[in-house]
Every structure is written in structure tokens, then in C-alpha cells.
Design a protein around this ligand. Structure first.
Ligand SMILES: [Zn+2]
Ligand SMILES: [Zn+2]
Length: 311
């Protein structure tokens, strides 16, 4: 159990034993079983091109949905967009199976408020820096906190704006159906493209189960790796870092140090060579007239926060 959250329960509500066990199965155990199962199946039977493309398509939809929809749009209000575009981006995020949008945003706003301090739901520094502390901290930040935390962020406290939004309330209410859709859509695509039940089942495995496990661990690596390893190019009061390979996999979210330096900024990769596909998507939406009031980086703020000359 985390030492930190017990000290600080501001803006939190207790989680029931049943719900914690659901989190344990869906967020911790199933993905941890799916990943080696996928590796074993790929090794033994190979992975067909059709299933690979289906999994890659849903991975892309999910990562953009989390990064652009859940994170930059809902949690940090880095840009505005018309209702149908907003709803579509948030539904893409919900299909990643990381929880209903209002709960995800509530946990994440609390993370920013207390980042790496008592009250942060998932700091890799929660168990200190001595002995097994760093390893326990990384496991806690990656997936452990879903089960060990006895309290979750209060939505009424952290996201009253989202609870007042009828579109978000509707997507929250439809979350269970979206979980089913997240498995059924890739499976149906596989069945239709191959016109066979075998195609349905293999796409369910690769495009459903393995894809969601990979999406989860890629996303959670921002919470663990990008608060523990990597470069600190900017001055922040937390221990957030910039990690190139995490940024590549998360479409820009691994440039996490700048994100903590300027959380409402729509671009996370702001230094030379820092690819940020999510910022690219927001730019595209802006050009199409589907995003406005985008908070692009402010050069004065950027140079003021630089902690070292970037290499
Ligand atoms: Zn962070
Ligand atoms: Zn954030």
C-alpha cells in the first residue's frame, strides 16, 4: 500500500473492495497475462498481416484518444472544438479501456496538483529511494496503485466542469457498452475481412486483448518511466522527465517534463527533434476548422523554464 495516499485524502473518496478487485483483474492481471500470451502466440503461430493492421489501427485510435481526447482536451483544456469532434475524440479514449473519461481526468488532475508529493495517486517515488523502494515505486506507478490505493479521486472535487457537461455524462454512462465495443469492433473487422469465424477470433485476440494490454502499459509508462528516468530539460517542482522512446510510443506524451512545466500547452514536444504526433493531430484539426483556441507553446515561458541548454 502507498505510504503517500494515506497521509493525504483531500479530494478523494473510498473505493469498495469489489471495485478494487475489478481493477485488479481488468487493469492489472488481464493485461499482464495477455502480453506473454501474445508473445507466445506470435512465436508459435506467427501474427498475420490482417491482425497486425487491425491491432495497429485500434492502437492508434486509442493512443490519440487518450492523448488528445482524455488528456490534452478534457483534463487540461489545451484547445476547444465543436461538440461532435470533442465527443469523437473522447470516445476514442474510452475505447482504450482506461476508465470513464471523468474518472481518468479526476485522477490526472490530482496527479498534477500533488505530482511526486503525498497525494499523488501514482508517483514512482511513493516508496522512497532506498533499497527496494525504487522498484516498488515503479511497479506502484505502472499498475500497482489501481489495486493498492484505497481511495480514488473525487469527481465532484476535481472535474465539476466535466460532470456538468451532458456529452461527457453520456459517454461516462455508456462506458460499459464502449468496453464491449472495444473488443467487438476489431473482432468484427477481422471476421468481415477474412469472412470467417477464425478471422473473428484471431482479431479478437490480437486487436482486442493484446492491443488493450499494450496500450495500457505504454500509457502507464508515462506515469512510471517519465517520472523516474530521462532528461529534465525544464524546471518543475516535481520529478517529471522527457523520455524519447516513451514519447514515440505515446504519440508525444513522453515529453512529460515540459508537460508538467506548462500543463495546458497543446504541444508536449517543444524542443528540437521532439516528435509529438498528438500536437500534429491537433494542428490538423485546427487547419480543418475542427479545433480552436489552441494553446500553442509560449516562447517566453519556454525559455524561462529551460533548466539547461538542450543537447
Ligand atoms: Zn506526470
Ligand atoms: Zn497532464
Amino acid at each position: 500500500m502507498s505510504d503517500m495516499s494515506d497521509l493525504d485524502v483531500r479530494g478523494t473518496v473510498p473505493v469498495s473492495w469489489a471495485r478494487r478487485n475489478t481493477y485488479l483483474v481488468v487493469l492489472v492481471v488481464l493485461p499482464l497475462l495477455a502480453l506473454p500470451a501474445g508473445a507466445y502466440a506470435a512465436w508459435g503461430w506467427g501474427l498475420g498481416l490482417r491482425d497486425l493492421l487491425i491491432a495497429a489501427f485500434f492502437y492508434t485510435v486509442n493512443i490519440f484518444g487518450i492523448s488528445v481526447g482524455y488528456h490534452r482536451l478534457l483534463t487540461h483544456r489545451a484547445f476547444k472544438c465543436p461538440r461532435p469532434v470533442r465527443a469523437a475524440l473522447v470516445v476514442c479514449g474510452a475505447l482504450a479501456l482506461e476508465g470513464p473519461p471523468s474518472l481518468w481526468a479526476a485522477e490526472h488532475r490530482r496527479h498534477h496538483k500533488y505530482a511526486d508529493l503525498p497525494g499523488d495517486p501514482h508517483s514512482p517515488w511513493a516508496h522512497g529511494d532506498r533499497g527496494l523502494g525504487p522498484l516498488r515505486g515503479l511497479l506502484h506507478a505502472q499498475v500497482g496503485w489501481f489495486y493498492t490505493e484505497r481511495r480514488r479521486s473525487s469527481r465532484a472535487h476535481w472535474v465539476p466542469d466535466l460532470l456538468a457537461d451532458p456529452d461527457i455524462r453520456r459517454i461516462d454512462a455508456a462506458y460499459a457498452s464502449l468496453v464491449v465495443a472495444s473488443f467487438l469492433l476489431p473482432a468484427a473487422l477481422g471476421g468481415l475481412l477474412s469472412w470467417s469465424w477464425a478471422g473473428f477470433w484471431t482479431a479478437l485476440f490480437w486487436g482486442g486483448l493484446v492491443r488493450y494490454a499494450v496500450v495500457h502499459h505504454v500509457t502507464w509508462s508515462v506515469n512510471s518511466i517519465a517520472h523516474r528516468f530521462g532528461h529534465r530539460d525544464f524546471t518543475t517542482r516535481d520529478r517529471s522527465t522527457n523520455v524519447g522512446w516513451v514519447a514515440l510510443l505515446t504519440f508525444g506524451e513522453g515529453w512529460h517534463n515540459w508537460h508538467h512545466a506548462d500543463p495546458t500547452c497543446a504541444r508536449h514536444g517543444v524542443l528540437k527533434g521532439q516528435l509529438d504526433a498528438s500536437a500534429g493531430l491537433i494542428r490538423l484539426l485546427e487547419r480543418l476548422g475542427w479545433a480552436h483556441d489552441v494553446r500553442w507553446p509560449d516562447p517566453a515561458r519556454l525559455s524561462a523554464r529551460l533548466s539547461r541548454i538542450p543537447s
